[in-house]
Design a protein around this ligand. Structure first.
Ligand code: ADP
Length: 206
């Protein structure tokens, strides 16, 4: 099976693109979803995080208060690395376990911090979704209500779009409407099927 890692900056359109591949039948493994689950109460990463950051990062329900934790790591690169050292190896481990069990010509592994976390080796091919920074900020602002300043700081903490694109095998430009994104996904779906050696789809009958 061909393993395609899908990455891109915050708000670039990763989830949107992943949904389009899923609609084509591709299994999607999402690193963020795995990370969220791994830090829930009762999971080993939960205890390690509480030990590292203290109970002040917990909400009233005893779960990790993500915005509070994000606030902490945002003001300190050391704390961010500390959190990543707890979470990233576990995410990697779960991806390595789950992917071989999938049955499909290709799969999409969504890893927002693929390059920052050095997880490129988990995939055979890197697909980057990209849009310009102003669109990125606008889309995240609408979606999350975070301030522009905060979003700019998140973008600045990630690698630059040019660095990311220099490592890409494929790029989806998401700077227009969704119809254009869909067309790029459709083309790549055919490419990935072809690369995986799957039978081409028969031509549509009219
Ligand atoms: P990511 O997963 O990379 O953070 P999303 O796919 O969630 O990005 O996209 C960010 C936001 O922008 C979402 O609310 C999404 O619906 C919206 N969005 C993404 N692509 C487009 C587009 N081409 N046109 C309009 N809105 C878009």
């Amino acid at each position: 099976m061909l393993r395609v890692a899908l990455t891109g900056g915050i708000g670039s359109g990763k989830s949107t693109v992943a949904r389009m591949f899923a609609a084509h039948g591709a299994p999607v493994v999402d690193a963020d979803e795995i990370a969220h689950r791994l830090v829930q109460r009762g999971q080993p990463a939960y205890l390690e995080i509480v030990e590292a950051f203290g109970t002040e990062i917990l909400g009233a329900d005893g779960e990790i208060d993500r915005p509070r934790l994000s606030g902490r790591i945002f003001d300190s690169a050391d704390e961010r690395r500390r959190l990543e050292a707890i979470v990233h190896p576990r995410v990697r481990h779960e991806i390595v376990e789950r992917v071989p069990a999938l049955h499909a010509p290709y799969c999409i592994i969504v890893v927002p911090l693929l390059i920052e976390a050095g997880m490129q080796d988990l995939a055979d091919r890197i697909l980057v979704v990209d849009c310009n920074e102003q669109q990125q900020i606008e889309r995240v602002r609408k979606r999350s209500g975070l301030s522009e300043d905060r979003i700019r700081r998140i973008v600045a903490a990630q690698i630059s779009s040019s660095e990311r694109r220099s490592l890409a095998d494929d790029v989806i430009i998401n700077d227009a409407d969704l119809v254009q994104v869909q067309a790029q996904v459709d083309r790549l779906h055919e490419l990935y099927r072809a690369l995986s050696g799957a039978e081409p789809h028969p031509p549509a009958t009219r």
